[in-house]
Ligand binder design. Sequence first.
Ligand code: C2E
Ligand code: CA
Ligand code: CA
Ligand code: CA
Length: 279
Amino acid sequence: AKEEGKGRYVVYDKSMHTAFNERMNIEKHLRSAMNNNEFELYYQPQVDIQSGFISGFEALIRWNSSELGFVSPLSFIKIAEDSRLIVYIGEWVLREACHVMKGIHDRVGSRYKISVNISVIQMLQDDFTDVVLDSLAVSGLMPNCLELEITESIFMESFDSIVSKLEFLKSRGIRIALDDFGTGYSSLSYLQQLPISTLKMDKTFIDSLADKAYSQSFVQTIVQLGHNMGLEVVAEGVEDVSQLAFLKEAGCDKIQGYLISRPVPVSQLEPFLKPEKRY
Ligand code: C2E
Ligand code: CA
Ligand code: CA
Ligand code: CA
């Protein structure tokens, strides 16, 4: 309590000052990043566990800032959300991902899906569903080849309004995945109300498969829960063959992770577009 009273008058220490400046600096450069064409999408394959074939890709943003160099999305997405810049950045991501995937379909056939991360700030926009439908219309991509990845943070926002937007998009054939599942605030009753098609089990469960006894039963339980609800279950962050073997045995539908590939730029996608088994 003594410490508390004292701390109240400390407005900032040096490290806070530095962190604040860094945020301001990132935000400032984020504002010009779009016009300077500093964003790029990388693509990470998802593999169907039973068949061994690639079923789709997740689009992941990369920012090569002329001033700051490469900045991880883990450092700038939150800042982009707080400053609302994510609305513009996210729209670009959606349009670019649909466009690139349509180009792939035209060349090699339409067997791949594209998954796009969507911030809750984007979903709260009045024109969110229009932007999604327009991205499909402009690119010519089929709606059932687009999957939107949302996180459990939507439970803290205008849940009803977001659910009705997602229901509308689902009725148009677009798929919805619940990302990072198991780490946030989902309760089972909320889960039932969400019009999702896919559960993405968080990487932390996969990481601990080898050394935490309860992780194996967590993973089995999540797979069963998903399947009982009629959902597809995807494991993210799969890095080794023992994790793959366990997930296959547990009946998980798809995997994504460094075991198959790191995310790659469009220029390096070609080898992944061949219809070959990946393990
Ligand atoms: P996420 O959606 O959970 O994406 C998975 C992250 O795990 C990616 O990090 C990916 O590169 C990384 N990853 C994939 N497989 C493995 C693996 O086997 N091992 C390890 N250690 N990591 C793996 P990344 O690309 O740095 O993205 C971080 C987060 O930033 C994403 O987490 C997502 O929340 C956010 N993000 C990325 N792109 C976008 C975007 O376009 N829009 C929005 N709103 N968020 C994005
Ligand atoms: Ca994701
Ligand atoms: Ca994820
Ligand atoms: Ca994650």
